[in-house]
Design a protein around this ligand. Structure first.
Ligand SMILES: [Fe+2]
Length: 434
């Protein structure tokens, strides 16, 4: 076959020739993401900032008012997304009050570990929790396959079980299971409902956690470690063109469970590129590996972003700079068959990025880092397409539909170059994707 024919074939086969494989190799039954816990130095203020910024009411608490003298924890919820913010109380007071019988609702909490975590990482995610069939089985299977244990299984009030293994850096993968599968608690024992929902309803349309991304110094050993104890497989990432690492400054792998609804991407920095890798910057400021971003699914990304942007300057979250107008001119060619002119206009108004893979389309946008350090940030996404029917005939969307936005690295680069040409030689501010 001549070179020309080969090139032509590559162009023609495009999406169709892309092969996806799912060996369904989970070592134990993993259902869904359950929650994410942040360790901080003051949970009251951090929880309220996230509540207001993301439209997630504080639905439950475990603190001094509920008899917990060890840690203050607040649970935020929007749809299936749960965030928990936890901070330590005075260790001497809790030691004296408990007299060996801890009043902590989260028995995996540790004063010294929480304090050194906050000092070393700043505001950061401590725990990525997944609901599993049986946390005891998940923990023992994981440890038997090389997982480093962090906290052995603990039964909570005979209603739920939690256990933890190390994920990367100081982040743990927390297993949660319920004794009564059909009729279980909204969260965990020891948490009591607040009355915030009725006093001030908050909802910007965020519904669940789509993926939780980690930054690690070296991808291969980190991926091999998590793969070996979970059995998770590598989720194939389709890109229309090769994405040069010189533009992104990173290599990445996405790990997925059997139904590809628990997605754990990981990044490593790439060195020797024009700009310093954003992953390297993260690793330095975070003092090692950690959670880089949490991607939250919105049922209506335009509504969510209008609500979030309204609050950017008054206690909410700020967003990365929007792409130049050239990005949206090209968008009609890239996604005109999926998005209406009106939707493309809204993408431009709100700074939404669009990417697609062989299955569907991804709408995405990134906040600036949420705390003091250039470390953890949030992504808001909406996936379009890939609707399937389950055995009961219920419609659902395939996990990872539309990919993770890899194609936006080159698309942003291209549109910025084009835009700079329209301005003459005047450089424009850089727009970053992740
Ligand atoms: Fe993402």
């Amino acid at each position: 076959m001549g070179k020309e024919t080969a090139e032509l074939l590559v162009k023609l086969v495009g999406f169709k020739n892309f092969v996806r494989q799912n060996p369904k190799s989970d070592r134990f039954r993993v259902n869904r993401f359950h929650h994410v816990e942040f360790w901080c130095t003051d949970a009251t203020n951090t929880a309220r900032r996230f509540s207001w910024g993301l439209g997630m009411p504080i639905v439950a608490k475990s603190d001094l008012s509920t008899g917990n003298t060890v840690h203050a924890s607040y649970l935020l919820r929007s749809g299936d997304l749960r965030f928990v913010f936890t901070a330590p109380y005075s260790p001497s007071i809790s030691d004296a009050a408990d007299a060996g019988n801890s009043s902590a609702s989260l028995p995996t909490f540790d004063h010294a570990a929480c304090r050194s975590f906050a000092a070393s990482h700043g505001l950061a995610a401590r725990s990525i929790a997944v609901e599993v069939e049986d946390a005891d089985v998940a923990f023992n299977t994981s440890v038997a396959h090389g997982a480093k244990p962090s906290s052995p299984p603990v039964i909570l009030d005979n209603l739920a079980v939690i256990a933890e293994v190390q994920l990367y850096g100081d982040v743990v993968l927390r297993y949660v299971s319920y004794k009564d599968k059909a009729n279980h608690l909204d969260f965990l024992p020891g948490f009591e409902p607040t009355d915030e929902i009725s006093s001030f309803p908050l909802d910007y349309g965020i519904r669940r956690l789509d993926h939780a991304v980690g930054n690690v110094p070296e991808l291969a050993p980190a991926v091999a470690y998590v793969k070996s104890f979970t059995g998770f497989h590598e989720f194939a990432e389709f890109t229309a063109e090769d994405v040069g690492t010189s533009e992104s400054g990173l290599n990445s792998v996405v790990l997925a469970n059997n139904d590809e609804m628990v997605l754990l991407p990981m990044n490593e920095p790439v060195f020797g590129t024009k700009r310093k890798s954003q992953i390297q910057t993260y690793l330095e400021h975070n003092e090692g590996a950690g959670v880089q971003h949490l991607a939250l699914v919105s049922e209506d990304i335009f509504r969510t972003l209008r609500e979030m942007r309204k609050r950017s300057g008054v206690g909410g979250f700020e967003f990365m700079p929007s792409p130049p107008p050239t990005y949206y001119k090209n968008l009609k060619n890239r996604a005109g068959d999926v998005l209406t002119d009106e939707q493309i206009k809204q993408c431009e108004e709100l700074g939404v990025l669009v990417d697609r893979d062989d299955q569907g389309t991804l709408l995405q946008i990134f906040t600036k880092p949420v705390g003091d350090r250039p470390t953890i940030f949030i992504e808001i996404i909406q996936r379009v397409g890939c609707m399937l029917k389950d055995e009961e005939g219920k419609t659902y969307q395939k996990g990872g539909c539309g990919g993770f936005g890899k194609g936006n690295f080159s698309e942003l680069f291209k549109s910025i170059e084009e835009y700079e040409k329209t301005l003459g030689a005047k450089p424009v501010a850089e727009t970053a994707a992740a």
